[in-house]
Design a protein around this ligand. Structure first.
Ligand code: PMV
Length: 336
């Protein structure tokens, strides 16, 4: 099944409708997975092997503004105010995504994306990027799509975008259907105002191996990957239980162990995939050292060298002593 087939299932007919307005705009937060999505059962539709669970960072993400172009034979893509050449991977992914929705072949858009996070540095910029693009298209075309369907549409752009439609903790159900109509995000009704994330930038350089390529290589060559779905199944149960009873140590430990297990599958791939830089490992050791002395501090890491620390509000001061450069995000506290 192709992406365009899914779009046709969602819209039946009606995709040839011209937008009723000239512009569309939306913001979507980035999200950090506590139980990771790693590996696809369908690479075309970004259908995952397993479910996953994340926390959205409302203050960090992407705003996408769409404007109709009446006099250009191609799309115009800008990122943080700079035009991106159409042969660059970033622009190619966006124009291919827009192809799914063009009412006419020679219909083009200007897509202006502004990110408050570095691109492709393992901070889920594609998650917020594609979620905000799906929302902005919904605004432009006045589709009135449900969040569930927008989550499915966002997934066609990037897997982790499935979870970026909501605030707070979100679970992405893997689903079993070949067309992926049962593979979407769902918010969990847990507010945890004391829960903090600390972004520890080690490098903001673009990663050399994309998560798409890394997932495929892991599935093809890692002898540990067979155990990954079992690890996820157990971790998801414990994470949801820890959220219910607000057990931070349990949650932090499982999230850290889940991230390390994901990286272990990558390290055991061939050629090996290693997103750790020396500074990443150094920071990990520091976390373990201070945790050994009683501070409730945990980390998670995605497909990049940066760490996201997890701690409670009461410990911000203590964590800052050890990591003065980290940026603190309170996912449940609205920024002023
Ligand atoms: O959606 P992608 O292709 O950017 O993959 C994201 C994968 C991880 O960030 C490593 C894990 C996750 O669940 O977000």
């Amino acid at each position: 099944m192709k992406k365009s087939d899914v779009v046709h299932v969602l819209f039946r007919s009606g995709l040839d409708k011209m937008p009723p307005r000239e512009t569309g705009e939306a913001f979507a937060p980035t999200n950090i997975a506590l139980c990771k999505y790693w590996g696809k059962r369908d690479a075309e539709l970004n259908l995952p092997m397993t479910s996953s669970l994340s926390i959205s960072l409302d203050q960090k993400g992407a705003t996408t503004k769409l404007s109709l172009l009446h006099d250009k034979p191609h799309d115009v893509i800008t990122l943080n105010g700079k035009e991106v050449a159409l042969d660059k991977p970033f622009a190619k992914r966006i124009t291919a995504y827009l192809d799914l929705f063009r009412p006419q072949k020679n219909w083009h858009l200007q897509v202006d994306t502004t990110l408050t996070i570095p691109v492709s540095a393992g901070l889920a910029s594609s998650a917020s990027g594609f979620a905000s693009l799906a929302l902005a298209l919904n605004d432009l075309f006045d589709w009135n799509c449900s969040k569930r369907n927008l989550s499915i549409l966002a997934r066609l752009g990037s897997g982790s975008a499935t979870r970026s439609l909501w605030h707070g903790f979100v679970e992405w159900n893997a689903g079993v259907q070949p067309d992926g109509m049962d593979s979407y995000g769902e918010p969990l009704t847990v507010e945890w105002p004391e829960f903090c994330i600390g972004i520890l930038m080690v490098s903001d350089r673009e990663k050399k191996v994309s998560s798409r390529e890394a997932m495929q290589r892991t599935m093809d060559s890692s002898m540990l990957y067979g155990n990954w779905p079992k690890k996820v199944a157990t971790d998801l149960v414990i994470l949801k239980q820890s959220l219910k009873v607000r057990n931070f140590s349990l949650l932090g430990g499982v999230a850290e162990s889940n991230a390390l297990a994901m990286h272990a599958t990558m390290l055991s791939s061939w050629p090996p995939i290693c997103y750790f830089l020396p500074e990443t490992v150094q920071a990990m050791h520091k976390v373990w050292e201070v945790r050994g002395k009683g501070l409730e501090l945990y980390f998670t890491q995605d497909a990049g060298p940066n760490l996201k620390l997890m701690f409670l509000e009461k410990d911000i001061g203590k964590v800052k002593v050890h990591f003065p450069l980290m940026e603190v995000i309170k996912p449940f506290v609205l920024s002023s």
